[in-house]
Design a protein around this ligand. Structure first.
Ligand code: URP
Ligand code: ZN
Ligand code: ZN
Length: 476
C-alpha cells in the first residue's frame, strides 16, 4: 500500500479544528502535524480546504427487498457505495431482512458476502429481528450473528403482519441485546395506528400519494418512541431510534435524555430540508417523496433542528432507499407501480450521495451547526454508537485513513443527472449548496479525485465486524 500527504488543510474533528498536515500510510493515519520533512507517493494540496473524517451513514438500504419481497431498491452495493464515496461517505451500515425461505442467519451470511464483493467503501450490517412467527428460533441465530458483525439489531414497531414485533418480542429482544452487548434500533411508528388511519383514508377514497403523510401521523411516531424508551429502560438497555421525523417524537427523546435515559436519536436530511408542502400538489409524482416515517410539514423542521443543536438528537443518516421513477427492465416495479394509490408505493427516498452537502448547506451555512458538530453528527457519533470508535469517525493517528477534503466555498447544484446513483430523480433537485467534497480517501485509497475521477473496484471496501457500542459504557 502507498502513502499520501494531505498538505495545508485544516483538520476538523468533533472536538476541535486544527491546522495540520496528514500523513497516510498503509491505509491508516500515520502522523498529524506540520510535516515539512515528510515524504510520500502522493501529495494532495488541501490549502484553503478542510480535512474531515469520512462520513458514516448508519442507515442505508441498498439492493434491499421491500413490501413482502415484491420489489427492491434500485442501487446495489456497488452503485450505492460509489455514490456514497462521491458524497464523502466512506462507511455505510445497511440492513439484513430475513428472506421468506431462509433463516435470518443464512440470509445475513449471504448478504454479507454480496455486500463485501461489491462495495467500494467499508460496509457493516444491522440485523432486522423478524416477528417470532416467521422464525421461532431467531434468538439463537441472533446470538450467533454477533460474532459475524451483527452488533446492532433493528426492531420494527410498524408494518403489522410483515415486520412488526409486539411488545413482548421487543422486551425479549432488548433483553438478549443487553446481555450480548448489542445496540437495539427501533423503527418507531405505532403500526396499528398507521394501519387504522390507512384504512380510514382508503375507505374514504383518499388514496393519493400525499395522503401517505396523513396515514403516518405525528402521534403514531411519538407514541412508539415513548413506548420504546419505556420498554428499553425497563430492561436497562441503551436504545437507538432511527429516522426520527416528527418534532413531537424528538421531544420524547429530549425529555427522556434529560431524565438520564440512555437513548440516542437519528434524523435524516429529507426531514430537515424537504417538506409536505413540496409534494402535496404533485399528484402521482408525489410518489418520489413517499417514505416512512413521512416527510412532514415545513413547520415541523424547526423542532428537529432544535434537537440537533441541543444534543437531543445524535446523528444524521440518510435511510437511503432509492427507487426509480421510470421503470428499468431489470428491476421489479418501482415508484410508479400504483399511481394514485399510496399504500402500494414502495417506501423510501434516495440521498446517500447528498447527505453531507445538504447538511452542510442547511446546517452549517444555515447557522444551526458549527463544523465540529457537523462532523460529530455525520461521522464521530455514528462511529461511537456502532462499535467503530477509534477506528473511524476521527482524524487521529492510528485511525483508518477515511478522509474527506472539503471545499467549504465550492458552489454546487444537486441534480439527479449529476449524481452517481442508479435512481433517476432527486428530492433535492436544483438545491444550491456551498461546500462539497473534492478528494475522498477510503482506508488511504484516493477513491475520488478533484477532477471527479473515481478510482476503485467492486470489493475494495471491507466488511466491518465492529466492536461493542460505546452506549454500553457508563460514561457515554
Ligand atoms: O421509507 C423507508 N424508510 N424505506 C426504507 C425501506 C423499508 O421499508 O424499511
Ligand atoms: Zn425504518
Ligand atoms: Zn430504513
Amino acid at each position: 500500500m502507498g502513502s499520501t500527504i494531505i498538505k495545508g488543510g485544516t483538520v476538523v474533528n468533533a472536538d476541535a479544528t486544527t491546522r495540520a498536515d496528514v500523513l497516510v500510510r498503509d491505509g491508516r493515519i500515520a502522523a498529524l502535524g506540520l510535516g515539512e520533512d515528510w515524504a510520500a507517493d502522493e501529495v494532495i494540496d488541501a490549502g484553503g480546504l478542510l480535512v474531515m473524517p469520512g462520513g458514516i451513514d448508519a442507515h442505508t438500504h441498498l439492493e434491499y427487498p421491500v413490501d413482502g419481497f415484491t420489489t427492491r431498491t434500485a442501487d446495489d452495493f456497488h452503485d450505492g457505495t460509489v455514490a456514497a464515496a462521491y458524497g464523502g461517505t466512506t462507511t455505510v451500515l445497511d440492513f439484513v431482512k430475513k428472506e421468506p425461505d431462509a433463516t435470518l442467519r443464512d440470509t445475513y451470511l449471504r448478504r454479507r458476502a454480496t455486500a463485501a464483493s461489491k462495495t467500494v467503501v467499508d460496509v457493516g450490517l444491522h440485523a432486522i429481528v423478524p416477528p417470532r412467527d416467521q422464525q421461532p428460533d431467531v434468538l439463537d441465530d441472533l446470538r450467533l450473528l454477533v460474532a459475524e458483525g451483527a452488533r446492532s439489531w433493528k426492531f420494527f414497531m410498524a408494518y403489522p403482519g410483515t415486520q412488526m414485533v409486539d411488545d413482548g418480542e421487543l422486551l425479549e429482544g432488548f433483553d438478549l441485546a443487553r446481555r450480548m452487548g448489542v445496540l437495539p434500533l427501533v423503527h418507531a411508528e405505532n403500526g396499528h395506528m398507521v394501519a387504522r388511519e390507512t384504512k380510514r383514508l382508503v375507505d374514504g377514497g383518499h388514496t393519493a400519494e400525499r395522503d401517505h403523510a396523513t396515514a403516518h401521523g405525528h402521534d403514531s411516531e411519538a407514541e412508539a418512541v415513548h413506548r420504546a424508551i419505556v420498554l428499553a429502560e425497563s430492561i436497562g438497555t441503551p436504545l437507538y431510534v432511527v429516522h426520527v421525523s416528527s418534532a413531537a417524537a424528538a421531544e420524547e427523546i429530549a425529555r427522556a435524555r434529560s431524565a438520564g435515559a440512555k437513548v440516542w436519536g437519528e434524523t435524516c436530511p429529507q426531514y430537515l430540508v424537504v417538506a409536505y408542502e413540496d409534494y402535496e400538489g404533485l399528484g402521482d409524482q408525489a410518489a418520489r417523496y413517499v417514505c416512512s416515517p413521512p416527510i412532514r410539514e415545513r413547520s415541523n423542521q424547526s423542532g428537529l433542528w432544535h434537537a440537533l443543536r441541543t444534543g437531543a438528537m445524535s446523528t444524521v443518516a440518510t435511510d437511503h432507499a432509492g427507487f426509480c421513477l421510470h421503470q428499468p427492465e431489470d428491476l421489479p416495479p418501482q415508484k410508479l407501480r400504483s399511481p394514485g394509490f399510496f399504500p402500494k408505493v414502495p417506501n423510501g427516498v434516495p440521498g446517500i450521495e447528498d447527505r453531507l452537502m445538504v447538511l452542510w448547506e442547511a446546517g452549517v451555512v444555515g447557522g444551526h451547526l458549527d463544523p465540529c458538530r457537523f462532523v460529530e453528527l455525520t461521522s464521530t457519533a455514528p462511529a461511537k454508537l456502532f462499535g467503530l470508535a477509534g477506528q473511524k469517525g476521527v482524524v487521529a493517528v492510528g485511525a483508518d485513513a477515511d478522509l474527506v477534503v472539503w471545499d467549504a466555498h465550492a458552489d454546487h447544484t444537486i441534480t439527479a443527472a449529476g449524481s452517481h446513483l442508479r435512481t433517476d430523480y432527486s428530492i433535492y433537485e436544483g438545491m444550491r449548496v456551498t461546500g462539497k467534497p473534492v478528494h475522498v480517501l477510503s482506508r488511504g485509497r484516493h477513491v475520488v479525485d478533484a477532477d471527479g475521477t473515481f478510482r476503485g473496484d467492486p470489493g475494495d471496501g471491507e466488511f466491518l465486524l465492529r466492536g461493542e457500542s460505546e452506549t454500553f459504557a457508563t460514561t457515554y
